[in-house]
Design a protein around this ligand. Sequence first.
Ligand SMILES: *Cc1c(COP(=O)(O)O)cnc(C)c1O
Length: 354
Amino acid sequence: MLDDFVRQAVKNIKDYTPGGSSPGAIKLASNENPFGPSPKALEAISKAAPRLHVYPDQKSIELREALAKKLKLSEDNIIIGNGSDEIMQLASATFLRPGEEVIIPAHTFSLYETFTHLFDGRPVIVDLKDNEQELEAMAQAITPKTKMIFLCNPHNPTGTMISKAKLEAFLSRVPKNVLVIIDEAYVEFVDSKDFPDTLPLVKERENILVLRTFSKYYGLAGLRIGYGIASPELIKYMFRVKPPFNVNRLAQAGALAALEDDLFLEKTYKNNIEQRNFLYQELDKLGLEYEKTQSNFIFMEVKQSADEIFLQMLKAGIIIRPLTSFGLPYAIRVSIGTREQNERFIQALTQLLK
Ligand SMILES: *Cc1c(COP(=O)(O)O)cnc(C)c1O
């Protein structure tokens, strides 16, 4: 009976493959903050807890005002979601008609395709070139049926970025009735001068939606809160679709406090750059191939079964991400941890390669 009962769109969706976890192991699989949650967020969450019997603010006004101030935008440009995942879903629900095409890079974050299927859209997958999203090919993939384009910048899982010049050239080729969704989940870790500042673009163009999250840099992946930035028009329509109380009271309070947690944020950024360089140096010594990253993880081609490496590393107490579910069975992604975690990772990898 169920076979017939379930929408075909749902049958087209692949189950989500999360990063592994195991008690006591060092988890370098999901790009979480190695220092734990923002301490200021924890404090604010305790303070907010006694009011848990009261529904949260359905518009997340305080948080949107704080973000607007920080990003030099208006709160009308911002929508908060139960993770930025939810904003992707809201955008698809708000804009996508059945049969419309959605251009998605190959080997990327799986939810772009999931939400495209969910709303009966047609994913059009464009291959990467040298581990980068190839904007030329993506522009050529645009047809009269194209409705949305997902870009991930920096790109998960390869860590590469789309430069300002390339993004601008690409956007000038995208018709006004195609929405470009730019997922910037890792933007806070970027150190390249050529990285595009997309916030001014949101003021100039009605067809851009930028996604950001509190899950990585702010250390709040378990709290579930992220946001979308776009023209007030787009935001207004997405508000209609959003469940009124999608962002819980603790998440709103925690995120608001985390935004101001300068000490924690500086420590996070500094560690990431230092430890990235440490890992480069150690991987060079081992003669391994990896991609230079603009993010808090490193992509490595391992030339042997990534699933096997995952199992071997797990035995050594380290969880890495095999990229089999990204369609890359010979590649792994490793989150950049603390110095101690990274040393343990390198030790285990050295053993394994012997
Ligand atoms: C981690 C991640 C997100 C964040 O999702 P949340 O729902 O905000 O936790 C979004 N996009 C990409 C590419 C990611 O890697």
